[in-house]
Design a protein around this ligand. Structure first.
Ligand code: GLC
Length: 533
């Protein structure tokens, strides 16, 4: 037992948080689907990696129409994953290793199999049960047109018509009806769900689609001049999160919000001291591999967080976006959902080299860092055969968007075992591409030059050396294409994104480099280094 890695209440300001996509992490019972037994068996990997907390994507009862973001019961574990008793054991076992647990709450919508929605369907138009959602008559002479002109986040029309004539709103898939957050029962229920999980020992909650919950009650058309937006980033949200914060404070719990907003001032409003503790940094995640763009993303991030006193988070990938080594190996190294297409040429050697450098960059920046499972293995985005794609984003795009399954492929653990050690019996729910076992954790653990070895060493240094995590940063003078900054207590990070080798600033010790320095001790292209002065 290592005990808690951060003491005090502010662990989250400097934490390294590892995202577990349960379905694809490790299959304990051999049915081809990852589960809690698999996570429990692999906790030693996570402890050895050296992470401070685990964020579990939704593990609740769900028909899995959107990988679990369609929740039918927020207080029970999906039987495919395990039981509530097992989740409690997992939380306790992780805690014994000094690892905290963060659960994922999905407040914007429920599954169409949730008892509330089933009751609303049964109760019919005009019923009180339907007021928990957004049911409306259609437009047109026979109500045959959707009630407004909104578009689904997954493409297509966000309204579905029932046989009784009513339409219901779903900003995502049709199996994810949006809740009506103006209804007091909706607020009450979610605060109870928060308490339910805090009572079970979780340290924090990730809030899914956090800026979408509140809707203009009129559900008006979106027009270019309409402000505020009818469902994005509405002021009513802040009142909701203030009452959530009061719930969390009673348990010392923390929040991380999924807040995709281009406006940094509006974004920072969610991070005021009586609202959310942190939010994901999508500015950094979407920035291309280019020194000027990254520096701007870093400066903007720090500038927007400073006035509210919240720590930044640094995220390179998650279960929704293209895996980092693939993204950085393409001509366009930024990320945008709208730009995803099949067949983009990719240089994985180049992408991996850049991803290694980006890992050291993000781990040296002030604040907390999120890692997505498989990032520590340098997994690429996989091509999923068309007939195996499950993500609704693919079908709802009319088949043009490859969807998000390529970053959700079951992990390779052991090269010599069936399905690369993901699970021994059943075929994994998503196919692993040829060569997947070359990325296996056991192979990488034995190779000091592997991505896994780099992450382990980086996280070990981040824990044992001073100057990482929350705190200040100052930029050092550097040539074009080079990022160089110092943290307090003499820790320096330099990243070379230029073609020319870079001469390192004064230092006493090289702590870690993402790839070897050249014979003259200079930093080659697409390499990062941590120095101690
Ligand atoms: C968030 C999740 C994503 C999900 C969506 C709808 O963006 O990260 O995976 O599909 O919300 O819940």
């Amino acid at each position: 037992m290592e005990g808690s890695r951060h003491s005090g209440d502010d662990w989250w300001r400097s934490a390294v948080i590892y995202q577990v996509y349960v379905r694809s992490f490790a299959d304990g019972d051999g049915d081809g689907t990852g589960d809690l037994a698999g996570v429990r068996a692999r906790l030693p990997h996570l402890a050895e990696l050296g992470v401070d907390a685990l964020w579990f994507t939704p593990w609740y009862v769900s028909p899995l129409a959107d990988g679990g973001y369609d929740v039918a019961d927020y207080r029970a574990i999906d039987p495919a994953f395990g039981t509530l008793a097992e989740a409690e054991k997992l939380i306790a076992e992780a805690q014994d290793l000094g690892i905290r647990t963060i659960v994922d709450i999905v407040p914007n919508h429920v599954s169409d199999q949730h008892p509330w929605f089933r009751a609303a369907l049964a109760a019919g138009p005009g019923s009180p049960e339907r007021r928990l959602f957004h049911f409306r008559p259609g437009r047109g002479a026979h109500g045959e047109l959707p009630p407004n002109n909104w578009a689904s986040e997954f493409g297509g029309v966000p309204w579905t018509r029932l046989d009784d004539g009513d339409w219901y709103l779903h900003l995502f898939a049709a199996q994810q009806p949006d809740l009506n957050w103006a209804h007091p029962a909706v607020r009450q229920e979610h605060e109870d769900v928060l308490r339910f999980w805090f009572e079970r020992g979780v340290a924090g909650v990730r809030i899914d689609s956090a800026a979408l919950l509140a809707k203009d009650p009129e559900l008006p058309d979106i027009t270019p001049d309409r402000t505020p937006h009818p469902y994005l980033d509405r002021d009513e949200l802040h009142d909701i999160y203030r009452s959530w914060r009061a719930v969390a404070d009673a348990y010392d719990g923390i929040f991380v919000g999924e807040v995709w907003l281009p406006d940094s001032e509006r974004f920072a409003r969610y991070l005021r001291p009586d609202e959310l503790h942190t939010a994901f940094n999508f500015t950094f995640l979407t920035a291309p591999w280019d020194a000027a763009s990254l520096r701007t993303a870093i400066d903007n991030t720090l500038a927007e967080h400073a006035p509210v006193g919240a720590p930044a988070t640094w995220v390179l990938c998650n279960h929704d976006v293209t895996r980092t080594v693939t993204r950085y190996g393409r001509a366009d190294t930024g990320f945008a959902f709208a730009d995803k297409v099949f067949g983009t040429p990719t240089d994985l050697r180049l992408g991996t080299r850049r991803a290694r450098a980006a890992a050291l960059l993000s781990l040296a920046l002030p604040g907390a860092v999120y890692l997505y499972q498989g990032e520590e293995l340098g997994l690429p985005e996989a091509d999923i055969p068309l007939d195996r794609i499950q993500d609704p984003m693919h079908a709802r795009s009319g088949g043009t968007d490859p969807g998000r399954d390529g970053c959700r492929v079951p992990l390779p653990w052991a090269a010599g075992e069936p399905y690369a050690g993901f699970g021994s019996v059943g075929e994994p729910w998503l196919p692993q591409p040829p060569g997947w076992s070359t990325y296996a954790a056991d192979v990488q653990a034995a190779d000091p030059g592997s991505v896994l070895s780099l992450y382990r060493e980086a996280l070990r240094l981040r824990r044992t050396e001073t100057g990482f995590g929350d705190g200040a940063l100052h930029w050092l003078p550097s040539a074009e294409g080079i990022l160089a900054f110092a943290r307090p207590t003499g820790l320096t990070c330099v990243v070379n994104l230029s073609p020319e080798p870079a001469v390192l600033p004064h230092h006493r010790e090289v702590l870690l480099a993402s790839d070897p320095l050249d014979a003259e001790g200079r930093l080659p292209q697409d390499t990062a280094v941590w120095l101690r002065d």
